[in-house]
Structures are given as C-alpha cells and as structure tokens.
Design a protein around this ligand. Structure first.
Ligand SMILES: [Zn+2]
Length: 314
C-alpha cells in the first residue's frame, strides 16, 4: 500500500513537470552580446537568448544577414541598446520580420537604455559637421557596471511582465547578479585606484561611461569626429597634444584599423591597447562580469608597463 501511495505521488509529481514545461521558454533576442549576457543572468532557464551582433563587431555597422530576420520572426522579446546605436541596421530588419510583438513600442520591444545614466547628450543644434553624433546621448553606456545593474533591473521587469508566474525567480536572479557586479566593482575600482585621473586617448567615443566610473581622463580621440575616420591634420594635432600631456596609452576597439593608432604610438612613445568594449570581443570574455575583469586587468597591465602616472601631474 505504501509503495502504491508513493508511486502515485511520483506519478503526480511527474505529471506536474509537463504542466510547468507547457509554458515554452521565452525567446529573447538582443542586438548585442552584452545585453544577451545580462538577459541570461536574469532569465536563467526560463528563457532562451541569442544576440544578433557579435561582440567583436562594430555595433553601429552590423552587416544584416537573412538569419537575423528569422531570429526576429520567432522572438517574444527584442532588447536593444537604443540611443540610436542600431539605427543604421536594425529598423528594416524589425520591419521585415513582420513580428508584431517586437515592433518599436510593442510589448515585446525593450529599449535597455531608458533608466541608464547617459552621457554626452548634445546641447543645442546638431549639424552634420559634428560627425556621427548621437542626438540622444552616447550609446556606449553599458561600460559602466552601475548601468549594467540598471539594465538588469529593466530587463527583469520586462521578463516578469511577459511571464508573471516567474517574477520571483527573475527577482532572485536579479539580486544575485547585482550582488556579483557590486563585488566586481570593488575589485575593479581597487585595481585602477593607483592610476586615478590618468590621461588616455581613445579611438572612438566608446568609453565615456567606463572612464567616468574608473577614473580615466580621456583627453583626445583618434577619430577627428565621432564616426569619421582619422585625418592627417587631426592626427598631427593629436600627436602634439599627446607629447605635451605625456599620454602613454591609446585605447582602441577591436574592430578599428590599427594603422593610425600604431603610427601615433610610434611617434609619441605611447602603447596601443585593444580594449574590447563588449562581451564576445575576445574568446575568454563570455559574460558581462568577465568583460570588466578582462578589460581592467589589461588596462592595469598596460598602465603599469607604460609607467603611467595618476592624474593631476600635467
Ligand atoms: Zn559610438
């Protein structure tokens, strides 16, 4: 009799499994691997996640593939970086997917930037002469871990809206992720503390949030204006300025040509550091926390080797 009761209990418990699984996993598509990583942290095994762009690609200019449309057709939720980062390639794909759920403004469309701290919001009128300026501010905001926490909260709220029964699960994973980011932040800030205020040059304006959080002073760019390739005149000015301010490090994104940065480095004695701005920018950068572990370690090693000094010694 006992055995029969037990068996019945097992059958009952087994019977609940297909019930729970009857609700298919929420299919989340993100534009970048950073957002995919954060969504995975929050969504756990209740969602599937895939990113359109790879972390080693320039997120402003992603070559659209037919597979992107297929992915978008099946998406329940689409998460975008926003702030016009994807404006050059994503809108036609969303349209061609004919998926009503993920059209801009629909329930399945999430702009991850809405609650984030956004820098470089231009004042006054924007003209073409200013280059590829983003009117709604700098879209590279995910490179501040504080914004990573905010994005995770934004994503958790959206997932809970789509799957109210899983809200507690998402909330618990969110809290765990936020705690691990906070731990990481202590580690990263401590590693860079000896170099606080150090002056650097970057290729594109990809790192303002990163610089702001970790105490770097970005004094110039290899690009004369955002999105505009290097020009000889600007490069000469930059070399003069770097010599004057004794800049030791040039940070560059993996997807830009290193020719100009290398020539600037040769003439100034600075070193070029390829600093991946995204998850997937390097094989070992498999998640959002590893992105900072990798970048901070690389940066500290480079600053140490270059004999860089903290700020305030101009
Ligand atoms: Zn940009």
């Amino acid at each position: 009799m006992k055995i029969i009761v037990l068996t019945a209990a097992i059958i009952a418990s087994l019977a609940r499994v297909p019930d729970a699984a009857a609700q298919a996993k929420l299919n989340v598509i993100t534009t970048t691997e950073d957002l995919a990583s954060i969504a995975r942290e929050v969504g756990g095994d209740r969602i599937t996640v895939d990113s359109l762009a790879k972390g080693y690609q320039d997120p402003h200019f992603v070559e659209a593939k037919p597979s992107f449309i297929l992915k978008l057709q099946k998406a329940d939720v689409l998460i975008v970086v926003g702030r016009e980062l994807e404006v050059g390639w994503l809108p036609p794909l969303i349209q061609q997917s004919r998926n009503a759920k993920i059209q801009s403004g629909a329930d399945g469309y999430l702009d991850a930037s809405t609650q984030a701290r956004i820098l470089d919001i231009p004042q006054g009128q924007i003209t073409r002469a200013m280059g590829d300026v983003h009117p709604s501010g700098n879209p590279h905001y995910w490179l501040d871990p504080e914004n990573g926490k905010v994005v995770a909260r934004t994503i958790a709220a959206k997932l809970a809206q789509s799957r109210p029964n899983d809200k507690a699960y998402f909330d618990q994973r969110l809290a765990d992720f936020i705690a691990r980011v906070a731990e990481g932040e202590k580690r990263w800030l401590a590693a860079l503390a000896p170099y606080r205020g150090v002056k650097v040059v970057t290729y594109h304006r990809s790192y303002p949030n990163f610089a702001d959080r970790f105490g770097l002073d970005v004094v110039g760019y290899v690009e004369p204006r955002p999105g505009i390739p290097p020009s000889p005149g600007h490069t000469l000015d930059l070399i003069q300025e770097m010599k004057r301010q004794q800049i030791k490090v040039i940070l560059i994104e993996p997807y830009f040509d290193q020719k100009t940065p290398n020539s600037i480095a040769t003439q100034t004695g600075a070193s070029v550091v390829v600093l991946p701005p995204s998850v997937g920018g390097e094989k070992t950068i498999t998640d959002y926390i590893k992105l900072f572990d990798y970048d901070i370690n690389l940066l500290v090693t480079a600053l140490k080797a270059a004999g860089a000094k903290p700020g305030g010694t101009d």
